[in-house]
Each structure stands twice: as C-alpha cells, then as structure tokens.
Design a protein around this ligand. Structure first.
Ligand SMILES: N[C@@H](CCC(=O)N[C@@H](CS)C(=O)NCC(=O)O)C(=O)O
Length: 208
C-alpha cells in the first residue's frame, strides 16, 4: 500500500496521475499547505524542505520526497513508463521538467496569476520564459510523439500538469500545434483524468 501525502497542485497531480496509471492501491493524506501543515514535525521528518508530494511505501517501510524521485521510484516498482532503452532520454526530459519547466512556470504563476501588478520586471521576465518554454516544447513535439521518445513516459507525466495550467499562463496553447496535439492526447487518458481531479472532484482538465 502506498500512501500519498499531497495537495492539489501540479507537483501533487504528477504523482496521483502516476498512481492511477500504474493502478497501484494507494491512500491519500491531504496536507493543507495554505494552513502550514507542511511544517509539522511529523511531515518534515519525511520531507526536509516541507514540500508536497511525498509517498510512503508501507510495505517497504520507505518514504520518498521530490516528485521526480517519486515518479522514478514508482516507475521502477511497477516496471512502467521508464523503459531501459530510452532511460537516458527519459532522465533528461524529466530533469528538465524538474529543474526548469516546473520552477519557471511556478514563478510565472506567482507574478502573472497570483500577484499581477506587483512587479513589472517579474511579470515580464516569467511571461517571456513561459512563452519560450511553450515554443521549445512545441519544437520537441514536432520531432517526437511524446516528450522523451515515441512512448508515453514519466517525463510526460511530470510535464503535463504544468501545461494543464495553460489558462493561467495566457500564452495561447492553441497557437502551438505540436504541443497542443500532445496535450490533448495526454488529457484523454483515463488515468490522467482520474489522477488530475483526485483532490478536487470535478476539476476538469482545461481544453487546449
Ligand atoms: N521540487 C519539488 C517541489 C515541490 C513543491 O514546490 N511543492 C509545493 C506545492 S506545488 C509545496 O509543497 N509548497 C509548500 C511550501 O513550500 O511551503 C517537487 O517537485 O516535489
């Protein structure tokens, strides 16, 4: 049994989507990050930076923090979405999501969506970076069916919930044909739909 400690955010959705994809039995413990539950000592013990998501594998008595590390753990445990032949490609695109796509789009959310009008510099900087990421992903999808290779992998699972915030980004996902094609294909997976609205039932995936 896997326990998922999470909140309704893109990083949290990565793991609920993965758990649905691999069809593992799991239970959810909600961590209310707006009420500072992430700073409770019991949670901090398994998440040193006080961040969701975290999983506990009760069978193995092991906990894992950092969504990328969690996806790798679950992929290795299930033998799915982390094909050995494509592993170098999958690792690169997964790390790019973890180190670049997620953090930059997260800053764009902070300046453009949550705090507009507070910093022209911040708004412009992250708007341009977000636009550039859309362009770069679009170029990738002109060459590859899925992000890392021609198969659906944990790199797609990590990236999808961030692009699913496209209505906050105001870049115009529909203008990026290849990225939109990938987005629609991933959106239509049953496990993605179930994992996406796990904590907020009825929260439909925004259309491209
Ligand atoms: N690199 C981490 C980032 C996790 C993260 O930023 N989590 C946010 C929610 S999306 C969080 O827990 N914020 C609470 C806080 O920082 O206090 C991962 O991918 O797991």
């Amino acid at each position: 049994m896997i326990e998922l400690l999470t909140a309704d955010t893109p990083n949290g959705k990565k793991v609920s989507i993965m758990l649905e994809e691999i069809n593992f039995e799991y239970k959810v413990t909600k961590i209310n990050i707006n009420k500072d539950e992430q700073f409770k000592p019991k949670f901090k013990k398994i998440s040193p930076f006080s961040k969701i998501p975290v999983i506990i594998d009760h069978e193995k008595k092991v906990s894992v923090f950092e969504s990328g590390a969690i996806l790798i753990y679950l992929a290795e445990k299930s033998g799915k979405f982390y094909d050995k032949e494509n592993r170098i490609l999958i690792n690169q695109w997964l790390m790019a999501q973890m180190g670049y796509v997620g953090p930059m789009l997260g800053q764009h959310h902070q300046f453009h969506h949550y705090n507009p009008g507070k910093s022209d510099f911040g708004e412009n900087r992250y708007f341009k970076i977000c636009e550039r990421i859309y362009r770069e992903l679009d170029e990738r999808f002109a060459k590859s069916k899925y992000l890392a290779c021609n198969d659906y992998t944990i790199a797609d699972i990590a990236t999808f919930p961030w692009i699913a915030r496209h209505d906050w980004h105001d870049i115009g996902l529909h203008k990026f044909k290849n990225l939109s094609r990938w987005y629609e294909k991933v959106s239509n997976r049953d496990a993605v739909k179930t994992g996406y609205d796990l904590l907020k039932k009825g929260d439909l995936i925004p259309k491209a």
